[in-house]
Design a binder for this molecule. Sequence first.
Ligand code: FRU
Length: 460
Amino acid sequence: MDRYRPGYHFTAPRGWLNDPNGLIQWQGRYHMFYQHNPHEARWGHIHWGHAASDDLVHWVDLPIALAPEPGAPRDDGCWSGCAVNDHGVPTVVYTEVRGGVQLPCVATGSADLLTWHKHPRNPVITAPPAGVQVTGFRDHCVWREGENWCQIIGSGIVNQGGACFLYRGRNLLEWEYLGPLCAGSVYDGDEMWECPDLFALGDRHILVLSPIPLGRAVYLAGRYEAHRFLPEARGDIDGCRDFYAPQSFVDERGRRLMVGWLREARDDSAQLAAGWSGAMSLPRLIVPRDDGRVGMEPAPDVAVLRGPRYARAALDVPPAAWFILDDLHSDMLEIAASLDPGAAERAGIAVRASPDRQEATVIAYEREAGRLVIDRRCAGSGASDSPTIALPLAPGETLDLRIFVDRSIIEVFANGYVCLSARVYPVRDDSDGVALFAEGGTARLLSFEAWRMPDVMQRL
Ligand code: FRU
């Protein structure tokens, strides 16, 4: 078995996986579709893979839902989209690519969501808005507004920036163009907004985007009024490019949950040799916060995975050698820790660490810069850059971390609103340790718990 293959994050049974698509809870069961090449572990010939779960944690892979037309050239396929309940009929709105042209399409599912039929009237929108030179026209977010459906399609305007186009339909087949929901400017540096996702959160709306060439997921917070979205602030969904193209949905309990694609950070040749590529993030719970930030936490459902518990009493972490947690060894863990950086300039937790500290992935808080870092310089054989995200701790505020380690996946949630995910590929067999460290002053560990996590992914 490939030592980098995650055990509790979803991966396709074989081949390539990218964006999550069509997230929906249908008659109690969670369904997740995904961009998938079943033939090999590289992007191309894109299908919609399908998985289902009763608890958001244990997933069963199901037969492929959508496939490119037989004989279609390699670059064609069924690209990203979403799922809705159309008066009792499970329906997906997605992009088909024919001869390089991106076309909005619809498919309907059987009651068990196992069989899908592309609608004979596809494509349901035949061209991008007239008179606009677009950089792309794909990816869909569909919602109900009174009697009507509304959808936005990801795009960009040549020499201007990213854009989302808004459409309205009395049904999912006939759409009227209402205008741009929102468009960026040259100053943002975006050429195209992939995978737009618009939803209400508290008293505002959030527009999640995956801009090209930025390559990581961001959000705009603002007002959605009179069919326009007026951004007031921009923030990060995740600080790292290894988390991309997220999609969210509301489950039957009314919770807004988000899943993103954790792309690989190792060579194409290593992915091909492994025979699989790409994983899904853990489901994130999205909540409004009083301070105006978008709250993001691991869905509480993930706690069912917790195995044997390990705990440490509070202790000072002086700026000396790493404090290695001798009896905690695993490449699959959840860690919940609270740390007061105190006088330390840099403090945090190393995971996937070898006993001699030569190999390790270091999760560090840098006080001066007010940011969180996943330091991958000595993490192993994959990417060695170190993604960062702003985390300005107020005086006296503690660093509250939830860290998920799943072989090649590191997902960090901090203080209820900051997320940083990274892929790592340690090469040493003994890189399964955990250590605490501080530099430039003493930090204080206030609490530390960890749980071993099981391998729950179904394998063929
Ligand atoms: C984002 C994306 C989407 C597109 C899909 C193709 O990763 O490029 O814009 O629909 O992937 O697989």
